[in-house]
Ligand binder design. Sequence first.
Ligand code: NAP
Length: 294
Amino acid sequence: MSARKIDGKAAAAAVREAVAGHVSAFAQRLGRPPGLATVLVGEDPASAVYVRMKNRATAEAGMAGFAHNLPAATSEADLLQLVTDLNADERVDGILVQLPLPAQIDATRVIETIEPGKDVDGFHPMNAGRLATGLPSLVPCTPFGCLHLLKAELGTLAGLDAVVIGRSNIVGKPMAQLLIGESATVTVAHSKTQDLPAVCRRADLLFAAVGRAEMIKGDWVRPGATVIDVGINRIPGTGGKSRIVGDVAYAEAAERAGAITPVPGGVGPMTIACLLVNTVRAACAAHGLPAPRV
Ligand code: NAP
């Protein structure tokens, strides 16, 4: 069997087009577009690339962007003050503080300072708790994007066996919550899980969010399963260059899967598209408007 490649780029383009429509409707009604503030502290090259892509996507969707690039030596107090100012800024509907932060700053304290209604990353404990209890919330962008791809691929997920490898607050745990909400039967695996290959072979839906290049081998994949690869790993390529691979050994997994996301071009583009969805939803919620459907 050769798996269907799930085209995250095309799915993300469709979401971004829909968002642009909602942005323009919001702007007509409110006299200003939804606004997203991004905060980058330091010069980590990967973080800088991600934030640039997010700022570009914000502008392309017709939203207002407020980019704050702070030096690596920024104190926690100064960053908390900026977040507090953005909370109060009526032009700003969403706030994204790019992680990781320099060692002198406690990321938890920063996340907890963001107004939950502007927490477009969905990391605030209020949003995590609302997601866990099945209440409407701002959902972390990567799992939100994965769910979108899955539902487009499969329709209903009810009764399917899902295995999520990874239990981080930003990917694994919210992914599991979303899948429970869709009535899948969910197993969350992590570094202490015993016989991970056998656990994976049970999965109708297999999610890899580990951060280890090509760790999930082809024979871990149940024939016909849908595989969503969240991993982004840089490995040495040819000619002294590097290349990006996922957590799944793509070629061998594609021999057995029914459908699979590539890396790059799978989950990554959806993460940014879902950030835009969250921003327009946050803007609408703040003004008592119904949540736009995307
Ligand atoms: P993380 O916080 O480092 O969490 C990794 C998880 O993998 C942990 O729960 C860890 O288990 C588990 N793990 C590590 N080694 C394992 C092993 N040998 N067997 C089973 N589980 C193992 O990472 P993250 O932030 O969730 O990100 C995961 C990956 O997704 C990274 O490659 C990251 O770059 C990528 N990512 C991509 C996007 C996107 O837009 N595509 C967005 C976010 C993240 P323990 O909890 O037991 O330590």
